[in-house]
Write a protein that binds this ligand. Structure first.
Ligand code: PRP
Length: 210
């Protein structure tokens, strides 16, 4: 049987997504043994899983190293990879928001300093509001920026809101709701269509129940 190569985001979200694949009939028991292997396969079910850094899933899929993968909508919005988005998996729900110190108030006379790893999302959001900004591209711990006056606001993922609360920051504006999506390589979608559709069908039956 031809194998379907599946890129899963390493971490909590990836574990959830793998459980969905397992419930949908594409289990790979070996994956549950706790080790540091990055590739697992179940030949009978025709699936091979890779654990990939979450922000790299779309790269593997776009270039065809993986046929399908699970990836946050945040990554799809930011990098616009040339892939098909097949299904909202309904997990990894969070949002991209603008946050700042509680006492911050926007002054239209001044260029707004925005720290973020979502440079493209932030630029298009503020452009749509007609606001002039200066982007500070950071790679993590974005919440530090306004505390240290490196920026006025941040554009970042908010899930529970705990990180903001514990650092005396608050959401000022919501930009877009996020969840994990099933994506496919465009040529795999043609040449392995039956196998991919089988996965999509089984997963969508699950997502419609939950
Ligand atoms: C993300 C995000 C926030 C946090 C939000 O960080 O950047 O810091 O999660 O979650 P919360 O609202 O539930 O507190 P991540 O763990 O991905 O690490 P990062 O600092 O590298 O962005």
């Amino acid at each position: 049987m031809e194998m379907l190569n599946v890129a899963l985001p390493k971490g909590r979200l990836g574990n959830k997504v793998y459980s969905m694949f397992a419930s949908a009939g594409f289990e790979c028991p070996e994956i549950e043994e706790n080790n540091r292997k990055l590739i697992f396969e179940n030949r009978e079910k025709g699936v091979r899983y890779f654990w990939v850094k979450p922000s790299d899933v779309a790269i593997y899929v776009e270039r065809g190293a993986a046929d399908i993968g699970a990836c946050g909508k945040d990554i799809l919005l930011e990098y616009e990879p040339d892939v098909y988005e097949l299904l909202d998996l309904g997990v990894g729900k969070c949002r991209i928001a603008v946050a700042a110190k509680k006492d911050f108030s926007y002054d239209p006379q001044r260029t707004l300093r925005v720290a973020t790893k979502f440079v493209s999302v932030a630029k298009s959001y503020f452009a749509s509001k007609g606001r002039d900004i200066d982007i500070i591209h950071l790679n993590g711990s974005i919440e530090l920026a306004p505390i240290l006056s490196l920026s006025d606001v941040i554009v970042d993922i908010v899930e529970t809101g705990a990180t903001l609360r514990e650092n005396d920051l608050e959401v000022k504006e919501e930009i877009v709701p996020i969840s994990a999506r099933l994506i496919a390589n465009k040529s795999s979608f043609r040449f392995k269509n039956e196998a991919i559709e089988r996965v999509v069908d089984s997963l969508s039956r699950l997502t419609s129940i939950t």
